[in-house]
Design a protein around this ligand. Structure first.
Ligand code: SAM
Length: 273
């Protein structure tokens, strides 16, 4: 039995029913390339290789990479020793696509190490046009932020980012007892299905997300004050107050009250020539 490294967020899934439930909810097909991040001791990996066309698993811990290579000899599995945070995902995914041999639908499945879960999520979502969907185990708090509607405490930059690129829904909760060692937080499985087209139209996604980030910079400040503080970095063609008025947003409101459509309207107003 491998000793779990806390520094690598190693909480291994030991409840076989949970593994099965996750893989059943993914329902891998022969036409799927499953990308698994952090396969660990293979709790999900071996089930995935049974059903998917191909599985590529990225694991940072040499001990686990070796263990998996020894214990899982499925011909459709490739275990790559790599740091998923450092990986050039665009290059990797386009490379796979261009190699032609793989006209497979790319699907991400991961019980993510919690210490880097949002960072990895953000990296992957940048590749929304190369990925079909993602089924992720995350700490419940992150799942709530992802799925939050405007108006609540959980709603923030991550909610806007994820909801712009995908349709997100929580699948089920997983208690700490399903893992060894048991984490201190509750977990949940979430599914993100990448959208073919975002629900709102923006002229520049980079500028749009810079605006959203600035709007949420200090949650207790009004939208006006947050935007004023970031004014130099944002592409405003007209005064902020005027842009807010044109977008029909009260300048005293807070970013957490704004929907995706509100942010898009604000972005349109501020960049109008
Ligand atoms: N999938 C396994 C399971 O469900 O039992 C393990 C999940 S465990 C929460 C997270 C896994 O991610 C560990 O195996 C850990 O070594 C690996 N990991 C941590 N940081 C990583 C990184 N930056 N890149 C790739 N894998 C990483």
């Amino acid at each position: 039995m491998i000793k779990a490294k806390k520094s690598l967020g190693q909480n291994f899934l030991i409840d076989k029913n949970v593994s099965r439930r996750i893989v059943e909810s993914v329902s891998p097909q022969k036409g799927d390339l499953i990308i698994e991040i952090g396969p660990g001791t293979g709790a999900l990996t071996h089930l995935l290789t049974e059903f998917a066309g191909r599985v590529i698993a990225f694991e940072i811990d040499t001990r686990l990479v070796e263990g998996l290579r020894l214990s899982l000899s499925a011909s459709n599995l490739e275990v790559i020793e790599a740091d998923a945070l450092d990986l050039d995902w665009k290059q990797f995914l386009t490379g796979r696509r261009q190699s032609g041999a793989e006209r497979l639908r790319v699907r991400v499945v991961a019980n993510l190490p919690y210490y880097i879960s949002t960072a990895i999520l953000q990296k992957l979502i940048e590749q929304h046009d190369l990925i079909f969907d993602m089924t992720l185990m995350l700490q419940t708090e992150v799942v709530e932020r992802i799925a939050a509607a405007p108006g609540g405490r959980d709603y923030g930059y991550l909610s806007v980012l994820v909801q712009y690129y995908s349709e997100a829904g929580k699948l089920f909760d997983v208690p700490p007892s399903a893992f060894r060692p048991a984490p201190k937080v509750n977990s949940a499985v979430v599914r993100l299905v990448m959208r073919e087209r975002p629900p709102v139209e923006v002229s520049s996604e980079d500028d749009f997300f810079a605006l959203v980030r600035a709007a949420f910079a200090q949650r207790r400040k009004t939208i006006l004050n947050n935007l004023k503080a970031a004014h130099a970095r944002l592409a405003f063609n007209i005064p902020i107050e005027q842009a807010l008025e044109q977008a029909k947003i009260d300048s005293r409101t807070r970013a957490e009250a704004l929907s995706l459509a509100d942010f898009a309207a604000l972005h349109r107003a501020m960049t109008r020539k």
